[in-house]
Write a protein that binds this ligand. Sequence first.
Ligand SMILES: *Cc1c(COP(=O)(O)O)cnc(C)c1O
Length: 499
Amino acid sequence: MNEIIRSTRVAVAGTSLDPQDWSTFRALAHRMLDEAIDGIAGVRARPVWQPIPDEVRASARAGVPRQPTDLAEVYREFTEHVAPYATGNVHPGFMGWVHGGGTAVGMLAEMLAAGLNANLGGRDHMPIEIERQIVDWMRNLFGFPAGASGIFVTGTSMANLMAVLVARTSALGALARQHGVGNDGALLTAYASKAAHGCISRAMDIAGLGTDALRKIDVDADHRIDVAALRAQIAADREVGFKPFLVTASAGTVDIGAIDDLKAVAALCREEGIWFHVDGAFGALAILSPELAPLLDGIELADSIALDFHKWGQVPYDAGFLLVRDGERHRQAFAQPAAYLQREARGLAAGCVWPCDFGPDLSRGFRALKTWFTLRTFGTDRLGAAIARSCALAKYLEARVLAEPRLELLAPVNLNIVCFRYRADDAVNREIVADVQESGIAAPSSTALDGKFAIRAAIVNHRTDETDIDALVSAVLRFGARRNSERVIEVEAPPLAAQ
Ligand SMILES: *Cc1c(COP(=O)(O)O)cnc(C)c1O
């Protein structure tokens, strides 16, 4: 063989990143899998969360790794420095924000997806059919027509943004994508309640319409949008020449889990010719529970729904989703011709419409697989039962709060979120939340309700049970009593590095 060809071959072969010795790799891989399974199976025995020690944090400040490191060593660093200091949402005591617990099944599916390394931007392959299968299931669950489209995205923040963009293009016409939103765009106004998630306002900003163009409508005592006020605001805006184009209703507000009157909002939107979007980040999947589904009446009338499988769906992060009633309008908002993305009638470049026509991403991972495994393995009835159970646990926590004179309930319990406080001032309650988190017993978060600091427990994790609720209540009482008796003078915490 010619010397040049031989040396080139050697050089090329030497660049492969596959293991040199598959059997050593296999043994370590099996150990990793065993330990990952142990991590989930034994999660209850560990603290929910623990603060990151300085030396551990410092370990993540190393320079660019020019030279290779043995996989076993990298894995050791992971087990010592990363895994013990994760968010804690796998733990049944995690009730902060609205985080899903994930499942061991989802973990496996994520691993299998990584093995396929599929790119779901387009082309003709079975992973895309799996994503389409889930679009079809969602269409079915939410009573959407056959022409509806759907797509996996990072999360509901992205899905809400895409809904704003679809509604915007639908209102201004596809030419707006070429010319920009222009003068007409400056007149577009959108509507959501004051309790709506902040990402809706941010979506207005990113879409170039400005946050001022989002009218924040008052809510009633149950945090549901005041539909009469919504109607009045739309009329007032029209009167002075604005063009109302979008109403985003909340199906599960982030602070207390309120669900807007979706039927009434749908009727108003239809009357006014306005796009009706539902932010159903966690609440939309209550559709899986026959007891809870009636709360979502009217969601089937939406023009689009944003939801997260990574919250109540228990799919590992991330797995957001957007469903759009009129698939053609959805496509018109994002599709773009490009020679290097030419579609063909057959071969690998077939399989139109490609997912990249439905959103801003071209390369996309196989989020659908972990969702497909989760839905298939457990079945939607069982997932719905877990959702209903977290609402029952919220009721149990509500009852415990009401029965305890030192605690005060701050908002009605609609779904799975309980807002309460220790009968003391905001500063004490703020300390209690941090104390409970640092104790590793439970992880509530906080919010502000009517100007009052609230301890907020969002029960999402399918592993959570009564003992976790009891542990939270007793921890709050214990730290509350301690903080209240100390009445410590507030001092700014020193920066971490100085501790
Ligand atoms: C979580 C949440 C969002 C944001 O979703 P991400 O998946 O975190 O991007 C939006 N709205 C509501 C009501 C939420 O609960």
